[in-house]
Write a protein that binds this ligand. Structure first.
Ligand code: ZN
Ligand code: ZN
Length: 334
């Protein structure tokens, strides 16, 4: 085994609203049921931006962000036996749960009262190495390279959970065509659904991208769709899109808010919700979501479009994401 101290470097958030700092960290040994992972790639998620920008207010500090980790097992902690040295694994947002609270017992571990989150309340993957609880690591489908697989670990999982919440909607609206949307649009199209993609006004490149991935229509979020939608998923962190999406779905339709953070939702007439429309959010993911989606993705097959950046350019990747200047998903390569 290579000595982890050789290259234990990370991009660290010292304080919100400040650029990440390239930092040399002391090597870490995996604890009981933990594995040390040599990180190969780590996706840059919009949630990372919300953490760095101080919109999610409870990060561990200093923090190594990143929760779309693909790497290989470099060391096993005591009792860790799910994986072997050198095996490729993925790590997602859910880092651990208590397993005993009422949510865990009801199969809703995504809502666990004592959950820890990768790259938020525990250190994540903007690093050469990271430590994870082996029970929250997943084998990665062979069909993907490390860089291609990284966005599956959150954008894919959250997208999948959002799609399931949208029910069997035939005409599906997607607001915000970033990493999650570009993955889940492919799944929706493969299931025979019609995808209607909404982007920031004037983002013709994003609209073209959506059409390339099978959307039957793509346009500005300020434009109503040409037909009534059965359901809509909002990935953009823009509260004003909630009444917009409710207006676009027909009676009995569902609007799913897929993000962890959103600007305030403006008040709207009850009439938009009436007609048994359903408005719900998606919070975190379960391990079952991951197992289901990672089995499904290669069968679709989902193809991820990625823009790779060296680890040291994490700030640039975040800035590009903030400006809506990433096609598909940004991924840090270590
Ligand atoms: Zn729990
Ligand atoms: Zn994420």
């Amino acid at each position: 085994m290579q000595n982890p101290e050789d290259d234990y470097q990370a991009m660290v958030l010292v304080e919100p609203k400040r650029p990440l700092e390239l930092t040399r960290l002391p090597s870490t040994q995996p604890g009981a049921h933990e594995v040390l992972i040599r990180v190969r790639a780590c996706g840059v998620c919009r949630t990372d931006l919300h953490i760095v920008d101080g919109e999610l207010t409870q990060p561990k500090l200093p923090l190594v962000p990143g929760h779309e980790i693909i790497g290989e097992i470099a060391a096993l902690g005591e009792g860790a036996e799910r994986f072997t040295l050198g095996e490729r694994v993925g790590v997602s947002w859910l880092a651990s749960t208590d397993g005993v609270c009422k949510y865990c017992r009801a199969g809703q571990e995504n809502l666990c009262e004592a959950a820890l989150f990768t790259g938020y309340t525990v250190d994540g993957g903007y690093a050469n190495h990271t430590v994870a609880d082996e029970r929250y690591c997943f084998p990665v489908p062979d069909a993907y390279t490390d860089v291609e697989a990284a966005p599956l670990m959150c954008a894919g999982l959250i997208g999948y959970r959002s799609l399931v919440k949208a029910g069997d909607a035939e005409r599906l609206g997607i607001y915000g065509f970033g990493a999650a949307a570009h993955i889940i649009a492919q799944v929706a199209v493969s299931q025979g659904r019609e995808v209607y993609a909404f982007t920031r006004p004037g983002d013709t490149d994003g609209q073209q991208f959506a059409r390339e991935l099978g959307a039957v229509w793509a346009g500005d979020s300020t434009t109503p769709p040409p037909v009534e939608l059965d359901a809509a998923i909002i990935f953009a962190p823009v509260g004003a899109l909630v009444p917009t999406a409710l207006r676009a779905v027909l009676k009995g339709g569902t609007v799913v808010c897929g993000g962890i953070h959103m600007s305030d939702i403006p008040s709207f007439p009850y009439e938009l919700l009436w007609g048994e429309r359903i408005l719900c959010s998606v919070a975190n993911v379960t391990r079952r979501d991951a197992e289901e989606f990672l089995a499904l993705a290669p069968r679709v097959p989902v193809r991820t479009q990625v823009e790779p950046f060296p680890l040291s350019e994490a700030n640039e990747a975040l800035a590009r994401l903030r400006g809506g200047r990433i096609r598909g998903a940004a991924v840090l390569v270590t």
